[in-house]
Design a protein around this ligand. Structure first.
Ligand code: NAD
Length: 393
């Protein structure tokens, strides 16, 4: 069928298999063309491997070091005239390219928070890989079912007081004020349950208990800090509390299990998850403009390739004083942030296109779903039924 984008709110309900494949190929080609550190992981488990930072981590590990990758995804195959999710198409494409390049790549499709998926992954590591030497934890989800069956939902709210600042309506391209209300204690606790470190710890403990993780393995989970304007909403908000818990989990994993656990603070980028956070998309659109003008803009693949090759697997792991890997180093540079501040203060509906890179925002948004990619014929009849070679449907 001919597949066109259908945007509803923060998401696109269709995805294009050929577009996703071309986007994955472009990321692979990027990594292949970069110099690689001598050290590197050989057997990598990526939890949340189908989109955004997790997919870019998988591609970087596989194509920097020839690493075998086992990915955990939570995606949907096509059904009737409904397309598969873009994460499904990305994973199918990645496995296909990896196989052609002689690389091991298998995937488990299911809820990474569940015991069933953990057991399945452990079984696959035992039979195929022996032990993994690197675990990437890159989940972003609105809810989580905990081991006792309780379903927790996260909220994107402030903590303590409400916060009013500018936000963008991406559809009608207007800037207006938004007030974000504070989360209740219960909402904060639930957000920590969903996006905090509990499940990451459960993963590492399960891998350790079954002896399928090397003693000198590295594990990394992703976080964000950002500038002051986003703090009430992000770093100091309900999601920030969850990220504090994730950071605490990194220390606990290292102390209890001896595995070197890190938080990598990544750059703000358009992904399916960040699009849903109030205030942040306007910040991202301004940031894109400033970073592109300074020639320092990066996407997920540039970030993750740099993280593996220059921060984790360099001579020694490069962190800040608190032990965090800082992939937001370029974003947080004084000259970038002072320009963002100036544009933020001035921005309004009238000057939006001068002050922010809205086209860049939308371009990245459509690309997440495989649309707007050079060389793809979007008028052509396309088969939406694509198999992921290692996943049974
Ligand atoms: P994303 O939405 O692009 O990717 C999230 C991935 O998690 C997807 O592959 C999704 O399928 C998978 N997933 C979600 N729930 C799952 C489940 N239950 N089981 C298995 N897989 C599941 O998001 P992203 O922006 O790449 O976020 C990844 C991490 O990076 C998050 O921790 C996020 O907070 C962090 N981060 C994001 C940004 C940003 O600006 N996008 C910046 C810094 C840090």
């Amino acid at each position: 069928m001919v597949i066109k984008p259908k945007v509803r709110g923060f998401i696109c309900t269709t995805a294009h298999p050929e577009g996703c494949k071309a986007a994955v190929k472009a990321q692979i080609d990027y990594v292949k063309a970069q110099p690689h550190s001598e050290k590197g992981p050989k057997k990598v488990l990526i939890i949340g491997a189908s989109m955004g930072y997790g997919l870019a981590s998988r591609i970087s590990a596989a194509y920097s070091y020839g690493a075998a990758t086992l990915g955990v995804i939570f995606d949907r195959a096509a059904a009737g005239s409904r397309t598969a999710t873009s994460g499904w198409y990305n994973t199918a494409a990645f496995e296909e390219f990896a196989a052609a390049d002689g690389l091991y790549a298998k995937t488990v499709n299911g809820d990474a928070n569940s015991k069933e998926v953990k057991d399945k992954v452990i079984e696959m590591i035992k039979s195929d890989l022996g032990k993994v030497d690197c675990v990437v934890y890159s989940l972003a989800a609105p809810r989580r079912t905990a081991p006792d069956g309780t379903v927790y939902s996260s909220v994107l709210k402030t903590v303590g007081e409400s916060y009013t600042n500018k936000t963008i309506n991406l559809k009608d391209k207007t800037v207006s004020d938004i007030t974000v209300e504070p989360a209740t204690e219960e909402e904060i606790r639930a957000t920590v349950k969903v996006m905090g470190g509990e499940d990451w710890k459960l993963w590492i403990e399960a891998l350790k208990a079954e002896n399928v993780i090397e003693d000198d393995a590295v594990t990394v989970a992703y976080s964000y800090i950002g500038p002051k304007i986003t703090h009430p909403m992000y770093a100091d908000g309900s999601i920030g509390k969850a990220k504090d818990d994730l950071f605490a989990a990194s220390k606990e994993i290292t102390e209890k299990n001896g595995i070197k656990a890190y938080i990598s603070v990544n750059k703000a980028l358009v992904t399916q998850s960040s699009a849903a956070i109030p205030i942040v998309p306007l910040y991202i659109s301004i940031l894109y403009k400033v970073m592109k003008e300074h020639g320092v803009h990066e996407g997920c693949i540039e970030q993750m390739n740099r993280m593996f090759n220059q921060k984790i697997y360099s001579e020694s792991v490069i962190t800040d004083e608190e032990g965090r890997i800082r992939m937001d180093d370029l974003e947080m540079q004084e000259e970038i942030q002072s320009e963002v501040d100036k544009l933020w203060a001035e921005i309004s509906t009238e000057n939006l296109s001068d002050h922010a890179d809205l086209d860049g925002y939308w371009e990245d948004f459509y690309k997440l779903f495989g649309f707007g990619i050079d060389g793809v014929d979007y008028d052509a009849d396309t088969d939406q039924n694509v198999r992921i070679p290692s996943v049974e449907e």
